[in-house]
Design a protein around this ligand. Sequence first.
Ligand code: ZN
Length: 393
Amino acid sequence: MPETETASTEPASLTGVWADVVGQESAVAQFRRAASPEGSLAQAWLVTGPPGSGRSTAARAFAATLQCATGEGCGTCTACRTVLAGTHPDVTVVATDKLSISKDAVRSLVLTAQRSPATGRHRVVIIEDADRMSAGTFNVLLKSIEEPPPLTVWMLCAPSAEDLAPTIRSRCRVVTLTVPRPVVVAELLVRRDGVDADTAERSARAAQGHIGLALRYATQEGALASRETAARTLLSLRSTGAAVLAAQSLVDQATAEAAAHADEVSAAERERFLHSAGIDDGPVPPALRGQLRQLEEDAKRRRTRLVRDVLDRYLLDAHSVLRDVLTLQLGSGSELVNPGVLDALEQAAQGRDARVTLRLLDAVGTARARIAGNVPPLLALEALLSQVAVSSR
Ligand SMILES: [Zn+2]
């Protein structure tokens, strides 16, 4: 396998709390400079980067460095360890699996940000999904970002700067993370998670730089295998009938996967709500039924969104498979994303013209746009898979 990069080309500076922020040399250097005594510490930061690139890991590492006893982010002092464990009293992290962060939640963060640090040098507030705020919610945040108390540092994380209101992002120092290369993701899985080298490499390539997904492929029984099965199915479609069946089966799988995850989250949410209202069992009083209904509606919306997310991931996988076919057809020698199905890729590469593969890659993009635009997923998938089947005869 052509792999010229080795661990020795990685800078030796990835130590302490920065060890797990892989493939982000320039961002790490920027943070470390700012945290050093000579650096100028901005009080509002915006960490951007594609999903899975390690935005929140980087934000936490920076928070730890700001609180660290040595000022370096040693990773071993109490401050470093508690920040990374999420228990440091002066570091608040907000993450959400909801569609949006509420105005009330941000109001309470603004109050937190006003307080002086209890034990640390700074008070740090990290918002992981800062893109999930409405314009009104941004306004609640704005004042505190404009004029934070002297020891407070805000850290907002979002896929891109454009996801935030211009008034907010113009007041932040922006640090941009890039998609980490598979080789550094694989090293992380080996070092941090104890994954064997071969699985780590296959998983990191399949995940295309998404660290969380790579970990899932590497550690979840059958996850990588089922991805490879899906790739083989895609490449073996030869009739419209088979395409229609495959589309239905994908939607069924996505629905089941989304339901399992959404139900778990919703049950936990319901339990928390009832517990905080002091009802651990017994009937729900009428005054609370409205709020409970709201929770159930949230859950339904979350489930719909999850189905679409799962299908979008499938379409990204399909895109990577077709791109591998194109790579083989053009003989460009680029690294394959799906080396585990090389035989099927080679067969597909010989069976059709590169121009056809290009059209199919476009068709995947169209299917993604349709599903994002609320076309019923089954229809969008049937159209795509039929096109793949017809062009493979
Ligand atoms: Zn430390």
